[in-house]
Ligand binder design. Structure first.
Ligand code: AMP
Length: 506
């Protein structure tokens, strides 16, 4: 089934329901939304000869038209290739060439005009050049597709090496969307899903269940993340719900404290995409109350490895409530997870190993990359590359990406544990712990520290603090104080860049 059928059906039953807002202003009803998507499909087919399976890229900031384009491409059975707008045009061109996209939609239509990296057979089309809606135009249903056809070619964030195209099928998207109300958060037609993070990634993937239920999507006029704007939209619209990286939550909470905002109008913030430290979520709960849910996923199993709903995140009554809060929650209903050693044998409860996932949301494979696919999908299990452990009740605690583990004097040190400890120090705002090569120990622990505004923590104070929190051999032997940490367009801390910085200095 074509996932775009959900839009078609919602538009038939609730054509006048508000569908898309730019800030407070209504841009489209569900009737308009479906007409736009169908029209874009016709435009692609009749003007550009696009057919099922062809790839169409979108390289643009979040906008009301983004949703229409997404559905327009899916409507005719083509594959959408959203590219993070924060990438350099050369990086975007590499992805577009790798996907062999026939068309790339951009805001201006001239992003690549002087760029020779775009393949000659790819056309750049400005979003504004798509012909406008004709109000009475008939809307034909979306093309029929197979469940295993690729709907969305999702490029990994490529924090190590070139991004890879993850083939996400119509079935993957449907099952992902159907699992959300079971495990992540309730959904209602009165919801206002808001897009504060790039729609090329998790935020955009989270539109489907809201289209199905007929909720009204909100694009912030800043087209990105602006804490003051979110607070103001939450107050005027109410029932706001959105996906945010942990770093965005930190900024939102800092803003809320400065302005005495208590989260009114926000129903749920779903956090994920990177580690949320216990100290940070505790603080966020203090300021906003129980408005947070967590998901853990990766492009290869979009948004659907584990989840922790609002009640579990906010719980203080269970004897292990704090360990649970520091975890990434329970396996979502659509997948099985297990923890395995290097030979992929099961490990007992409580032991750290690689997280493996199996289920209907696991990708079909990497686009035109059979070697990477067979290294990652083994006997039906997805190797996530993440390390973690399960407790007796099924809560998964992530330690680190396997490549980030520090091996010092033959002992594994998980940076996450050191980071959790340092973040509880009153003068630490942000932290990243990495391993640096060391002549005697193999690796030593180095902490990059962003001090809280107006404070000046020193290495000695932080070392003393660590000694009260974690085993002495885990404490950093070096501290580097920095004003901020390098992050990619999705807010993920780039530890590869920190490692490169250290090796340049030594
Ligand atoms: P991406 O494919 O770009 O979405 O990156 C996925 C990776 O982000 C995962 O493999 C994890 O390493 C990390 N990640 C995602 N969600 C979480 C989470 N809730 N907590 C910690 N790390 C996460």
């Amino acid at each position: 089934m074509n996932i775009a059928t959900w839009l078609y059906q919602t538009a038939l039953v609730r054509p006048d329901a508000p569908a898309i807002r730019l800030g407070n202003n209504l841009c489209a009803t569900y009737g308009d939304f479906a007409r736009s998507a169908a029209r874009i499909g016709v435009f692609l087919r009749d003007h550009h000869g696009i057919g099922p399976g062809d790839r169409i890229s979108i390289f643009a900031r979040n906008a009301p038209e983004y949703l229409e384009l997404l559905y327009g491409v899916l409507w005719i059975g083509a594959t959408v290739v959203p590219v993070n707008h924060k990438l350099h045009s050369k990086e975007a061109a590499w992805i577009i060439a790798n996907a062999e996209a026939r068309i790339v939609f951009t805001e201006s239509g001239t992003v690549f005009s002087s760029d020779t990296n775009l393949p000659t057979n790819t056309r750049e089309v400005s979003i504004g050049s798509v012909p406008p809606n004709e109000p009475s135009a008939p809307v034909n249903p979306p093309a029929s597709v197979n469940d295993d056809d690729t709907a969305w070619l999702f490029y990994t964030s490529g924090t190590t090496g070139r991004p890879k195209g993850v083939m996400i099928t119509h079935r993957n998207l449907r099952v992902m969307a159907m699992t959300y109300p079971l495990d992540v958060d309730q959904i209602f037609p009165s919801d206002h899903p808001l897009y504060a993070a790039p729609m090329s990634h998790g935020a955009g993937l989270y539109n489907f269940h809201y289209v199905r239920i007929g909720a009204c999507h909100v694009i912030p006029p800043s087209q990105g993340f602006d804490a003051a704007e979110i607070a103001s939209l939450a107050k005027s619209l109410g029932n706001i719900t959105f996906f945010a990286a942990p770093t965005m939550i930190k900024r939102l909470i800092a803003h809320a404290q400065r302005t005495n905002y208590n989260g009114d109008g926000i129903r749920t913030i779903i956090y994920g995409g990177g580690p949320m430290y216990l100290a940070d979520i505790d603080h966020a709960l203090d300021v906003f109350g129980p408005r947070f849910a967590q998901i853990y996923g990766q492009g290869e199993c979009p948004m659907t490895i584990t989840a922790m709903n609002r009640d579990l995140v906010a719980d203080t009554t269970h004897p292990e409530a704090m360990q649970r809060r520091a975890s990434v929650g329970l396996a979502q209903a659509c997948v099985e997870i297990r923890i395995a050693d290097e030979d992929l044998n099961d490990l007992p409860t409580g032991e750290v190993g690689e997280v493996l996932v199996r289920g209907d949301t696991v990708m079909a494979g990497y686009w035109r990359n059979p070697e990477a696919t067979s290294a990652t999908l083994v006997d039906g299990w997805l190797r996530t590359g993440d390390l973690g452990r399960l407790d007796g009740d099924g809560f998964l605690t992530l330690t680190d990406r396997s490549k980030d583990v520090i091996i010092s004097g033959g002992t594994n040190i998980y940076p996450r544990e050191v980071e959790e400890a340092l973040l509880t120090h009153k003068d630490v705002y942000e932290i990243a712990v990495i391993g640096a090569s060391h002549a005697d120990w193999g690796e030593e622990v180095v902490a990059f520290v962003v001090p809280l505004e107006g404070t000046k923590p020193d290495a000695e104070a932080l070392t003393d603090w660590c000694k009260t929190q974690i085993a002495s051999f885990k404490k950093p032997s070096r501290y580097v104080f920095v004003p901020d940490l390098p992050k990619n367009g999705y807010g993920k801390i780039l530890k590869t860049q920190l490692r490169a910085q250290l090796s340049e200095q030594s």
